[in-house]
Design a protein around this ligand. Structure first.
Ligand SMILES: [Zn+2]
Length: 284
């Protein structure tokens, strides 16, 4: 009697194995995503920002003292990276300090509890301004030397004060873990594992999300900057001049104030609308 071999089932097994692989990947991706959301909920809190009136999500158990400490800790490195600080005796350094405090004293920044400090950095290459959490604000000599007047300087500093009061660094800190968790989930789904394909799609996702939130932060800081200029008696239309200078200086990349572009050209177009809106808010 001939031996009967079982019919070959290789192809159907292959199909089943592939389908199981897909399902397994989906389950793993969902688990990653759920885990990321769970950790996000555990590690963050919702608060109303007293300066913008908006609800925002920041890390749990973080208060102003923590923010201030973070900024002070990072400050010396920022100064070192940009050619050191120009001392207060210098007339330009004094102007930066004066304009900064004029903006603070005429806005809600005054009673914010943040100890604002404004520094002029001796960097003649990098056209840039920055804010660290808690009120440490910097402008480089390269940017200052391009500004046409004090009002434009107030535009730059007002924008940076907006980042501090908007607590944008804390918002980013809160979202970082969530984004990387979701990016990993997306990577698993698309790439099958955390091999090259998966890692690349995870990176793209992470970048897209960070850029979207970065843009929102820039717009909010532009609006707040315009509002503080109005409150301090500066000409808010000079913010348009600031955008032009930054656009020319960047050549499409670079400065923090542009960091997660919207293109400064487009941002300039929004300024007249912000002025109208801020005047309405201030009853001017
Ligand atoms: Zn900015």
């Amino acid at each position: 009697m001939p031996i009967r071999f079982p019919a070959p089932r290789r192809s159907s097994q292959g199909v089943r194995r592939r389908r199981n692989g897909c399902q397994g990947r989906l389950v793993l991706a969902v688990l990653f995503a759920v885990g990321a959301f769970f950790m996000y909920k555990m590690k963050t809190q919702k608060v109303i920002n007293e300066h913008t009136g908006k609800e925002q999500v920041i890390p749990r158990e973080v208060d102003k003292n923590y923010e201030i400490a973070l900024g002070l800790q990072a400050m010396p490195q920022m100064v070192r990276q940009h050619g050191g600080e120009i001392p207060e005796e210098n007339e330009y350094a004094r102007l930066v300090d004066q304009v900064g405090h004029r903006l603070v004293n005429s806005s809600s920044a005054k009673n914010s509890g943040y100890p604002f400090e404004f520094r002029l950095l001796n960097d003649t290459e990098t056209v840039n301004a920055f804010a660290l959490p808690g009120g440490q604000i910097f402008i480089t000599m390269a940017l200052l030397s391009k500004l046409p007047n004090e009002d434009a300087l107030a535009g730059v500093i007002g924008h940076e004060i907006g980042h501090v009061l908007g607590r944008h660094s804390l918002e980013r800190m809160a979202k970082t873990d969530l984004f990387s968790g979701l990016a990993q989930a997306g990577g698993i789904l698309v790439g099958g594992d955390m091999g090259m394909g998966g890692q690349q799609s995870a990176q793209v996702f992470h970048q897209l999300m960070s850029t979207k939130y970065g843009r929102d932060d820039e717009r909010e800081s532009d609006y707040l900057g315009v509002k503080y200029m109005l409150q301090a008696g500066y000409d808010p239309m000079q913010m348009v001049a600031v955008m032009r200078i930054l656009k020319n200086a960047s050549g499409g990349a670079g400065p923090e104030i542009l960091s997660s572009h919207p293109d400064p050209g487009n941002r300039a177009e929004d300024i007249p609308r912000y002025i109208k809106q801020a005047k309405a808010e201030l009853g001017m």
